[in-house]
Design a protein around this ligand. Structure first.
Ligand code: NAP
Ligand code: ZN
Ligand code: ZN
Length: 350
């Protein structure tokens, strides 16, 4: 049974993604079915399909920044109705019973772990498949409401890039009087700048070059430095309360830890393939912390969407058709994205 929908899938680490069909489960009593209108391209999609985080279960339909409109709801569904504008982020289920799930920190589910939107296995034992497709069926408790004044294509990137940066900014207290640095001005990075500025923090961008400086300042940063210039690390020594690292490749973390004030924290958001080493002295001198943060839970994701709606925070996007996905991947890998590709999935809807 189930419904057949069109999708773009990766079949190996080296072949381009191609159009295919997948089956979505029948709508259960607690399920919401929705037509996908837009899906963002996250660098995590690329890490996954290129097997940089281990061998995925091909075929993989990536996409965990999903926005669309409800077409059907199960008999017991109370939160959504047909026609509602909704989104789904990086996970579609979790155990719902552990302390973390009960606290709305489903991404840190301590028993089964969160069930990823793709490349995971759902309760029905079937592989999950993501947003590069025409429709999806998800339990209502893992669906977000997109605010009325937010366009669906602009909402999509918030479901991963938005919450991944919002959550640590909140947790580590970004706000007035705090100096925040964002390393890497890509999908996550540009939203980190906008959200931190909206929270009232003073923001510096640390990018490989000064190529995107005009953009960074327009997004609200007050300073923009090239990390290819060694002077940057001397000038900004012991400056920041909080640094978010959004870079998808390895960095010399000691250099960046040196930019923290005493008691400052560098939060690792990027997840490069290989381990990074940290000399103890980079932490010890200055009582500095090195931390990590994974997306955000369902309640905080809704809070983030509402915050962005209220503070007029939107991603800068380039909308593309599905046949452009492979080229978009190449451009993301070349840091040639301003600042998130979003797939218009119209051609995949029936
Ligand atoms: P992205 O759009 O490709 O942005 C990454 C940015 O990092 C680039 O724009 C570039 O910025 C910088 N960069 C890339 N290669 C670099 C290198 N070799 N050296 C220095 N800087 C480099 O990627 P994204 O979608 O924002 O994702 C970023 C990372 O976060 C990925 O590893 C992704 O898997 C991870 N992620 C983690 C979470 C989480 O929950 N923790 C959630 C989503 C994504 P400049 O051009 O400005 O230097
Ligand atoms: Zn993502
Ligand atoms: Zn749990």
């Amino acid at each position: 049974m189930g419904t057949t929908v069109s999708a773009y899938a990766a079949t190996s680490a080296t072949e381009p993604l191609t159009e295919t069909t997948i089956t979505r489960r029948d709508v259960g009593p607690h399920d919401v079915a929705f037509d996908i209108h837009f899906a963002g391209i996250c660098h995590s999609d690329i890490h996954t399909v290129k097997a940089e985080w281990g061998q995925p279960n091909y075929p993989v339909v990536p996409g965990h920044e999903i926005a669309g409109i409800v077409t059907e709801v199960g008999a017991e569904v109370t939160k959504y109705k047909v026609g509602d504008r909704v989104g789904v982020g990086c996970f579609v289920d979790s155990c719902r019973e552990c302390d973390n799930c009960r606290a709305g920190l489903e991404q840190y589910c301590s028993t089964t772990g969160m069930v990823g939107t793709y490349n995971a296995v759902g309760r029905d034992g079937e592989p999950t498949q993501g947003g590069y497709s025409g429709a999806i069926v998800v339990d209502e408790n893992y669906v977000l409401r997109i605010p009325d004044n937010m366009a669906l294509d602009e909402a999509a990137p918030l479901l991963c890039a938005g919450i991944t940066t919002y959550s640590p900014l909140r947790h580590w207290g970004a706000g007035p009087g705090k100096k925040v640095a964002v390393i890497g001005l890509g999908g996550l990075g540009h939203l980190a700048v906008k959200i931190a500025v909206a929270m009232g923090a003073e923001v510096t961008v640390l990018s490989q070059s000064l190529k995107k400086m005009e953009d960074g300042l327009r997004l609200g940063a007050t300073d923009y430095r090239a990390t290819s210039d060694r002077e940057t690390f001397k000038d900004l020594k012991s400056t920041f309360d909080l640094i978010l690292n959004t870079v998808s490749a390895n960095l010399n973390l000691a250099d960046y830890l040196g930019l923290l004030k005493v008691d400052g924290t560098l939060v690792e958001l990027g997840m490069p393939e290989d381990a990074m080493s940290v000399p103890a002295g980079a932490l010890v001198f200055g009582r500095r912390s090195l931390a990590g943060s994974l997306i955000g839970g369902i309640p905080e994701t809704q809070e983030m969407l509402d915050f962005c709606a209220e503070h007029d925070v939107r991603p800068e996007i380039e909308v593309v058709t599905p046949d452009y996905i492979n080229e978009a991947y190449e451009r993301v890998l070349a840091s040639d994205v301003r600042y998130r590709f979003v797939i218009d999935t119209a051609s995949l809807r029936s």
